[in-house]
Structure formats: C-alpha cells, structure tokens
Design a protein around this ligand. Structure first.
Ligand SMILES: NC(=O)c1ccc[n+]([C@@H]2O[C@H](COP(=O)([O-])OP(=O)(O)OC[C@H]3O[C@@H](n4cnc5c(N)ncnc54)[C@H](OP(=O)(O)O)[C@@H]3O)[C@@H](O)[C@H]2O)c1
Length: 250
C-alpha cells in the first residue's frame, strides 16, 4: 500500500485526528497545526510528489510517494525495438498470451499515466482504436511538434494530451496525472533515450525476445548514455521473454 494511503487509513481509524507528530505527510507549511484534515493532507502529499526533483527514488521530501518514471520497451536479441519498416509486431507475438498474467496485470495496475513519442503514437493505423484496445487505460501524453489535426477518440479513463513543449513537460504533466502510481514511458527508442539521458527516468525495464530483426530502430543508440549508471533490481522469465529491471543510479 502506498505510504500516504497507509497513513491515511491508520489515521482514519484514529477518528480523523490527522497524522501523528513527525509524520512525513504532516503539512510542513503549517507545522503549528496539531491536526490536519485528511483532504488537505492528500493535497499536500500530491504537491510534494510534484515538487521534488525529478527522479527522487521512492519518496519526496516528506516521505510521500512520488510517481516513479519507468522506461520500458521490448527488444530483439540484436537490440532493435522495431524492424526497418517500423513494425514491432515480431517482438509482441506473445501479446495475447501475456493478457491475464501477473506480469501484465501488475504492469497495468502500476501505471497511472503513459508518455510516448509521436512515432509510437502513430503505430496503430487508426488512432481512434487506441481508446478501446490499449492495455493502459490511463491518460496518455504524446510528445510531438505537430499534434494531429483531429483529436483521437477518448473514453472516461484514456485521454490524449499532445505535448508540444518538450519531453520534460510531458513527464511533469504525466506525474501530475498519475498521482501515486507510476508514469510509463512506452517508447519509442528516441523518446525513451532522451528522457534517460535527461535524468528523468527512475527505472529501466527491457524485455528481450529471442528474435533477430537484423536491422531497424535500435534502442539506446546514443553515446551520452555512457554517463548513466544502472543497478539490476529484477530478472523475470515470462514465457519466451526475459524481463530485466534496472534502477537508475544518481
Ligand atoms: N518494442 C517496443 O517495445 C516498442 C514500443 C513502442 C514503439 N516501438 C517502435 O518504436 C518506433 C518509434 O520510435 P522512434 O524512436 O522512432 O520514435 P518515438 O520516440 O516514438 O517518437 C519520436 C517523436 O517524438 C517527438 N519528439 C519531440 N521532441 C522530442 C524529443 N526531445 N525527443 C524525442 N522525441 C521527441 C518527435 O515528434 P514530431 O516529429 O511530431 O516532433 C519525434 O519525431 C516505432 O517503429 C515503433 O514500432 C517499439
């Protein structure tokens, strides 16, 4: 359970007296206040999540949970995220089988917002199909210099925001939308790399499929990445894919 949610639950049991002294969710702007009504505290926590430096691992300045930014893609064994025609289908032959697995369910539950590059957004032929079919039914933020002429169809949970003032702005907006859940950077290679170089990614997830594409869109093809240090924090086998997780060290 997220820390602030746990604190809220505990405090509610204490008949709305608010958090105990020294609680990480106490309102720092009014330390004199003995009891802080929960709705304001939640706002304070959300504010903390937005105000801490991007990438602060695990928690904000008062220990409230910060939306983690996860950069995740699936690659071929020779390091491509799509073939030379921009098609990544060969890497997702297991997509139907993944539905309903713990791996997929946890990833979906964890995501509060998604950020993607314009080319990744253009993957489906008809963008109006995304709202009904996409696994991540959350607000989507598309980084682009030219939003589409017609806004794609949305639903109650999946909305589109076309962000024209850069990837950092997209991550900032996605964090605000995600609340205490994670921001998933789903691609593509260029956007994911830019955000990693910019220090805006907390965790890198790379799934490797036993497929050779020979040519195409290469992931992490940027010499600036030599300055990024990682620590492996997970390795899972999911059918044919090997799922690797790394924490970005700062
Ligand atoms: N294997 C996987 O898991 C996976 C997942 C997703 C996508 N893909 C594949 O990845 C390919 C797309 O990746 P990509 O690297 O070519 O493109 P991308 O990262 O999806 O999109 C790049 C576009 O984002 C916009 N952008 C604006 N500012 C940017 C910035 N500072 N940094 C990066 N992007 C910025 C630009 O759009 P404007 O031109 O509009 O300015 C740019 O052309 C597709 O072929 C797709 O099939 C694979």
């Amino acid at each position: 359970m997220p820390r602030c949610t746990a604190l809220r639950a505990a405090s509610t049991r204490r008949s709305r007296r608010g958090p105990p002294p020294g609680s990480p969710c106490r309102n720092p702007a009014r330390p004199d206040l003995p009891a802080d009504p929960w709705p304001r505290l939640v706002v304070a926590c959300r504010h903390a999540a937005l105000s801490v430096p991007p990438g602060t691992p695990g928690g904000g300045e008062r220990g409230c949970r910060v939306a983690k930014v996860i950069g995740g893609m699936t690659i071929s064994l020779d390091g491509f995220v799509a073939d030379e025609h921009g098609d990544s289908g060969a890497l997702y032959q297991d997509l139907a089988a993944l539905h309903g697995t713990d791996y997929m369910d946890e990833m979906i539950a964890e995501a509060g917002a998604v950020v993607m590059g314009r080319r990744s957004f253009e993957m489906p032929e008809d963008p109006d199909t995304i709202a009904d079919t996409y696994e991540f039914q959350v607000p989507l933020f598309v980084v682009t210099s030219h939003p589409p002429a017609r806004h794609p169809r949305e639903n109650d949970r999946l909305t589109f925001t076309f962000v024209t003032d850069g990837p950092e702005s997209a991550v900032r907006q996605a964090k605000a939308a995600a609340g205490e859940r994670a921001v998933q950077i789903v691609g593509g290679a260029r956007l994911g790399t830019e955000l990693l170089v910019a220090g805006l990614v907390d965790e890198v997830r790379v799934d490797v499929m036993p497929v050779f594409l020979g040519a195409g869109v290469r992931l992490f093809d940027d010499p600036r990445l030599a300055g990024v240090a990682l620590e492996r924090i997970g390795l899972t086998e999911v059918g044919q894919r090997v799922s690797l997780r790394f924490r970005v060290l700062r």
